[in-house]
Design a protein around this ligand. Structure first.
Ligand code: SF4
Length: 404
């Protein structure tokens, strides 16, 4: 069997050198790759476009794109197998794990873990370095209220099976922190610890102009969120589990604003009933049939946010959606590099669009599409320093109302 480790090592060394030299044309290949194996999902989570679209526009990665990806795998150290769908539902999930094993690539994925086939477990143990498991509650009611369509009992059973059989794989709970669950942040940490998770990561809710869920964004309840995240951090410390949450919630609580925010959280009415979902789905389907449905874009921000260095994803990674469209990362659908379905990888990786994004970073200006980046707000990028971080924490705004 071929040994790719030396090739990967060389590629990582080259990447480091080219980042230091601020190159915009790279000789190295991506060291980290994120591939959307499928955008099909079996859940109807209340904050996701699957809530109203269902699987109307879903599908799986094509064989053509998979074939082209194989050319890059000898250089990659890590592949993330998810995009905007449930990766464990990809029909060729086993084949992907075998492929990564053959090319000596480590895997990661964000999954709802509603499906866990017994035959996958040895492969997960061998290939995966981390599994991020989505969960936004701490019991059946709080979990199924948000992760609609999924079953808490199956979820917890699958987590236990995976934990028991793959102790070497780091397990991280991915929580979308929002108005409906922030007051239970400490309970969520306690629940994660009881299942053997290594870490809980609270991420920011991406608001959605079609759902019009703006009031659910914690940006409107900053001090209340700080109070509850502090409780979560204390719980995590006493339970010996790690916790990550956005940096603006690490600041001290403003007592004067707290009572009003607590009251606002208390008075929010949960709209996501079955009837509401059915009506949104019917409206969405109707618009799709008439050709008038589209996903509204976030309004471009005009303020300048300075930065030094380059984003790790821009310098060492690439995102491919299930159609083969390449972009900097999964956070960016606005500025694409090209389409692997009908282009050679080299023309994408060092194309004009990719070079322009790299140049922008080196010129010290954060691209607009990075303003809500979870990797920045959770301080997880090694080659990038961002100024004026406060400007990152403003409510998201859309060019138009998604429902007209
Ligand atoms: S900073 Fe975030 S949004 Fe911007 S390119 Fe990097 S990972 Fe993507």
């Amino acid at each position: 069997m071929a040994d790719y480790q030396e090739q990967k090592e060389k590629n990582r060394g080259l990447a480091e050198a080219e980042i230091r030299q601020q190159k915009t044309v790279f000789s190295h290949f991506p060291d980290v790759l994120q591939i959307e194996l499928t955008n099909y999902c079996n859940a109807r989570c209340i904050m996701c476009h699957h809530y109203y679209e269902g699987n109307a526009r879903s599908g799986h990665l094509s064989e053509n794109v998979k074939h082209k990806v194989k050319e890059i795998l000898p250089f990659c150290s890590l592949v993330l197998l998810n995009g905007y769908g449930e990766p464990f539902l990809a029909p060729d999930f086993t084949e992907w794990m075998e492929l990564l094993k053959a090319y000596q690539v480590k895997a990661m994925a964000t999954t709802n873990l509603s499906v866990l086939k017994e035959e996958w477990i040895p492969l997960i143990r061998e290939v995966f370095q981390q599994v991020n498991i989505s969960c936004d509650g701490y019991d059946a009611a709080s979990y199924e209220k948000i992760r609609q369509g999924l079953c808490f009992e199956i979820f917890t059973e699958n987590v236990r099976r995976l934990r028991g059989a793959a102790r070497n794989v780091r397990m991280s709970m991915s929580v979308v922190a929002m108005a409906w669950n922030i007051r239970n942040a400490a309970e969520i940490v306690g629940f994660a610890a009881s299942l053997g998770f290594d870490e809980v990561r609270f991420g920011r809710l991406g608001v959605n102009a079609y759902l019009q869920n703006y009031a659910e964004d914690l940006i409107h309840y900053e001090d209340a969120a700080r109070k509850y995240f502090k409780e979560a951090a204390e719980a995590a410390q006493s339970l010996g589990i790690q916790v990550v949450f956005p940096m603006n919630y690490h600041l001290p609580v403003n007592g004067a604003a707290l009572a009003e925010q607590e009251e606002a959280l208390e008075s929010l009415v949960f709209p996501y009933t079955k009837g509401y979902r059915d009506s949104l789905e019917a409206d969405c389907r109707d618009r799709m049939e008439k050709g008038t449905f589209h996903r509204p874009k976030g309004r471009a921000r005009t303020e300048k946010i300075g930065c030094r260095g380059i984003c790790d994803w821009v310098a060492r990674g690439i995102y491919l959606d299930r159609c083969g469209k390449a972009a900097t990362c999964c956070e960016n659908s606005q500025s694409q590099y090209g389409d692997l379905a009908d282009m050679e990888f080299g023309r994408i990786w060092n194309g004009q669009a990719a070079q322009e994004v790299r140049r922008k970073f080196y010129q010290g200006s954060l691209p607009d599409f990075c303003f809500h980046c979870p990797f920045i707000i959770n301080q997880e990028l090694s080659y990038l320093e961002v100024d004026n971080k406060k400007a990152l924490f403003v409510a998201e705004d859309y060019e138009e109302n998604g429902r007209g």
